[in-house]
Design a protein around this ligand. Structure first.
Ligand SMILES: [Zn+2]
Length: 376
């Protein structure tokens, strides 16, 4: 069966806009499926065009019949569903001291997972070799679309080249994408941990692209949010109008290195008084409330700049004191709303996905484009 399935090359060839719209509706419909007529209505495509696309998706093994459904007056309609196991992707989260690798099916569901210690300071060759070994062990013969890699920035997403990762300047200029792709013989996409996590949330929580045109976390009431990741560092993933905002040089989201205290403590980035160093120092001192207040000040700046709908918090430092961070950041945003005369502050929540959120989002770097999701 299709763990090995119709393989990556065919799936990648299917990346036309209309096929992506149809696939996204099939995905959103879940196991219950959706009829060709509904697909035509919701995509705006002609029934003939939908029939052609669905015939090809079925031939590729990506779609299957999900039974028949009574229709008003006419004959029962055949409904189609996505075949989740028809394709897979690997999501790889390289943190400063730990690696998480997940194998995801087309719906993004995790079907296998591995964790291992990692020394991000060990240098490019050692990290590539260690990561490749974990990916190969995870795959065990399953063919995949490719590997999405998420790690602390800054980095060049387009070329898959790292910049000066905070705390690990030796990574500057390392072509991680090409090195890992060469070692594994698979397509590789590299992005910041924050962008990957934000993409994962946007894809999982969103409305189908064919109907609403944007993705939004459930209940956010809009398509724009910030994912703030406080772990061994601090960064942001920005989703604006349903798409991850990476900026002209894919450097957007360097949230942690805003200076909020002139002549403050020295940060790993070389500057002084960055939000990151103030936050991490407070955590080290055992003062998570103060760390939350600092994070809240940064979040309030972001809300003021971008007028986003929602702030999501993730990363293991947040996970260690979720209530403190949600309450503390929320209080700063609430104060800001009061000062401005806005009815309520922007909501603050813990990001879904937990410790696996970044790795799952990394797999979406390969999966989301199939469904026309997450890209600007
Ligand atoms: Zn800094």
């Amino acid at each position: 069966m299709g763990m090995a399935g119709p393989a990556g090359a065919n799936l990648l060839a299917l990346r036309s806009h209309n096929a992506a719209l149809v696939l996204d509706l099939l995905r959103a419909a879940g196991p219950a499926g959706i009829s060709r007529l509904e697909l035509a209505e919701r995509t705006g495509l002609t029934p003939q065009a939908v029939s052609k696309i669905t015939a090809r998706l079925r031939a590729e093994g990506l779609a299957a019949e999900a039974g028949r459904r009574a229709s008003t007056g006419g004959k029962p309609r055949t409904v189609l569903r996505l075949v989740p196991e028809a394709g897979h992707a690997v999501g790889l989260h390289l943190d400063r001291d730990e690696l998480t690798a997940v194998l995801c099916d087309l719906t993004g569901a995790v079907v296998a997972e591995r964790r291992a210690p990692l020394d991000l300071g060990a240098g490019g060759d050692a990290v590539v070799e260690g990561a490749a070994g974990e990916v190969e062990a995870l795959l065990a013969g399953v063919s995949v679309l490719g590997v999405g890699v998420a790690l602390p920035g800054p980095l060049d997403h387009t070329r898959g080249v790292l910049h000066r990762v905070t705390g690990f300047p030796q990574w500057d200029g390392f072509p991680l994408r090409d090195a890992l792709a060469g070692r594994l013989g698979l397509p590789v996409v590299v992005d910041k941990d924050t962008n990957a996590a934000a993409l994962g949330v946007a894809v999982a929580g969103g409305e189908p692209a064919g109907s609403a045109g944007f993705a939004a976390p459930a209940g956010s009431g809009g398509g724009s949010f910030a994912y703030l990741h406080l772990g061994t560092g601090l960064g942001a993933g920005l989703v604006i109008g349903g798409a991850v905002h990476r900026g002209a040089r894919t450097g957007a989201g360097e949230f942690g290195h805003q200076v909020i205290q002139l002549d403050g403590p020295l940060c790993g980035c070389g500057n002084r008084g960055c939000i990151e160093v103030l936050c991490l120092d407070a955590v080290r001192r055992g003062a998570p409330e103060e760390a939350a207040r600092v994070l809240g000040a940064g979040a309030a700046n972001l809300v003021g700049l971008l007028d986003i709908d929602l702030v999501l918090l993730g990363g293991r430092t947040v996970a260690a004191a979720e209530d403190v961070f949600v309450r503390g950041v929320g209080a700063v945003l609430e104060e800001r709303a009061l000062r401005e005369g806005v009815a309520a502050g922007v909501p603050v929540r813990v990001a879904p996905g937990g410790a696996r959120g970044v790795a799952e989002g990394a797999a979406q770097l390969l999966l989301a484009p199939l469904f026309g999701r997450g890209e600007g």
